[in-house]
Design a protein around this ligand. Structure first.
Ligand SMILES: [Zn+2]
Length: 523
């Protein structure tokens, strides 16, 4: 068995996107594949090629049980050793010593072909990721991590589509795809440019070091000569199921704080992040509600995002993954929709007790009891696990190993972690993106932040850039939005006089400044 010990979570994430999902068939299909990662000397010697290979291995080793590194031409053997160590750090049970002749599907970086039955060629040129199922695409020599990282994600997405295409709506491979993380456009519209060396990130904050935050850190830690002391805010530890899609997380990190992943990623570099072990609300309070210049939000709930916007940062960037798409949005509080506009509740949102009640399939009157359990935080106990097992149609002792956990952890491990799915039950409403989806969202978030700090963009982009990597690259990613307005007349923060005045005073934005700013944009 070479499947990872967090395979349950991987199965839960695949169940989210694949039609007619069957756990046994999913596992069999994974085990029938031998995935190759091939690279020639040009890839091994270039910074972009190295970055693509690093992130590709970080993605592929989390799902496929058989992964073979295939050096091509005269590639130095030592290069493959680091990748091998990395892969085994993610899944120590991986089968990696198979004959390269057995490779069924290959992700190939560089200018050479590996000659596998199906080959996905991927590479980059600065801000632009390239992917093709036809011919090698080469890799650039810059130290820009964004095209290179996105190339790894698009390559892994194509490998996934090559395996499971018949269970996806549009599972074809990219014939000749190009995606720019500078202007978030594809094909001929993809723009490129140089990346300033030595950017200072001190005035920036990253909130959330989950799956999206992990990939953002991966990219920021590779910026050439970047420096400064950005805030990074995250209260939680790494648990085993996180390994399914946290690109920085290895087995040895389980139980450590998520902040430690960032600490390790930036070690030895000139970026010295200020790591804040707290929730966003605690962090903002601790700062005494001081101005925040740029905040990149890598969060997973509408509630948390509205809280970020309510703290009134000067600029906010936001990334998300959800069933069907992923993307990044950008917000100025005075112009266009703010982050809260995108997440203004249009109906009653579910509180955690209700969310858990529905996922566990318990009766409506159990909600109060669940709320009390959440507040108390005691172990759920064997009577509870037996009751839930009964409701979900499982054997009475099936969930017994989780009896020692408090309710929120029981929900995360047994339900969101995919254990219930493995046991044949059907939890409702559990979303878990695939690793290459979260990773691409994180890279887009970091690219957005860096392009803004560097002032690289000539023209402002629409509010959102949206992409679905379970199908070939689209023609357009941009979505222009207006401010949120609800039928019942409830308005967003950005329409609230007190919030607007506070923002203006805090950032010295008088109405005149605003006019000048918008004239500059029009030039
Ligand atoms: Zn708003």
């Amino acid at each position: 068995m070479a499947l990872a010990n967090f395979f349950d979570k991987a199965a839960a994430s695949a169940a989210d996107v694949l039609r007619d999902f069957d756990r046994e068939a999913f596992r069999d299909r994974l085990q029938a594949q031998v995935i190759g990662v091939a690279f020639d000397g040009s890839a091994a010697r270039s910074r972009e090629g190295q970055a693509t290979l690093d992130l590709a291995v970080r993605c592929l080793a989390r799902l496929y049980p058989r992964l073979v590194l295939v050096p091509l031409g005269d590639t130095p053997a030592r290069f493959g050793r680091a990748l091998r160590e990395l892969a085994l750090g993610i899944n120590p049970a991986l089968e990696m010593d198979l004959d390269p002749g057995l490779v069924t599907l290959c992700l190939t970086v560089g200018r050479m072909r590996a000659g596998a039955p199906v080959e996905v060629f991927t590479g980059s040129d600065r801000w632009i990721a390239k992917v093709s199922c036809r011919e090698p695409v080469g890799c650039g020599r810059s130290s820009n991590p964004f095209g290179a990282g996105a190339a790894a994600c698009l390559g892994a997405a194509n490998i996934f589509r090559a395996v499971f295409g018949d269970q996806l709506k549009k599972g074809a491979l990219d014939e000749n795809g190009r995606l720019s993380l500078l202007n978030f456009a594809t094909g001929d519209a993809a723009k490129n440019g140089s990346l300033d060396v030595g950017l200072d990130l001190t005035s920036s904050s990253l909130v959330g070091l989950g799956a999206i935050g992990n990939a953002a850190v991966w990219a920021l830690a590779r910026l050439p000569g970047a420096r400064g002391a950005p805030f990074m805010v995250e209260p939680e530890p790494v648990d085993l199921s996180n390994l399914q899609r946290y690109v920085l997380a290895l087995q040895r990190h389980v139980g450590q704080t998520k902040l430690n992943l960032a600490h390790e990623a930036f070690a030895g570099g000139d970026i010295k992040p200020r790591l804040i072990h707290a929730t966003w609300a605690e962090f903002v309070q601790g700062l005494g509600h001081a101005p925040l210049d740029r905040v990149a939000a890598a969060l997973d709930s509408a509630h948390d995002r509205v809280q970020v916007q309510a703290a009134l940062p000067r600029r906010v960037f936001n990334a998300w993954t959800q069933t069907g798409d992923l993307g990044v949005s950008r917000h100025d509080f005075l112009e266009g929709p703010c982050l809260a506009c995108l997440y203004l509740p249009t109906g009653a949102t579910l509180h955690q007790d209700e969310l858990i009640r529905q996922a566990l399939g318990l009766d409506a009157e159990q909600r109060v009891r669940l709320r009390e359990m959440l507040v108390r935080g005691d172990a759920v106990g064997p009577a509870f696990t037996e009751e839930v097992a009964g409701v979900l149609g499982l054997a009475p002792d099936a969930l017994a190993p989780f009896a020692g956990l408090p309710l929120h952890a029981f929900y995360r491990e047994a339900i969101c972690g995919g254990v219930v799915l493995r046991l044949g039950g059907k939890p409702a409403g559990v979303e878990a993106p695939l690793v290459f989806q979260s990773a691409l969202a994180g890279l887009m978030l970091a690219a957005e932040l860096v392009a803004d700090v560097a002032g690289t963009r000539r023209q402002p982009l629409p509010t959102k850039s949206v992409l679905d990597v379970t199908r070939p690259l689209p023609q357009r990613l941009g979505v222009a939005l207006r401010r949120a307005e609800r039928a019942d007349g409830v308005r967003c923060l950005c329409e609230d006089r007190d919030f607007v005045d506070t923002y203006r005073v805090r950032y010295g934005r008088t109405p005149l400044d605003e006019r000048l700013a918008s004239e500059e944009i029009l030039e």
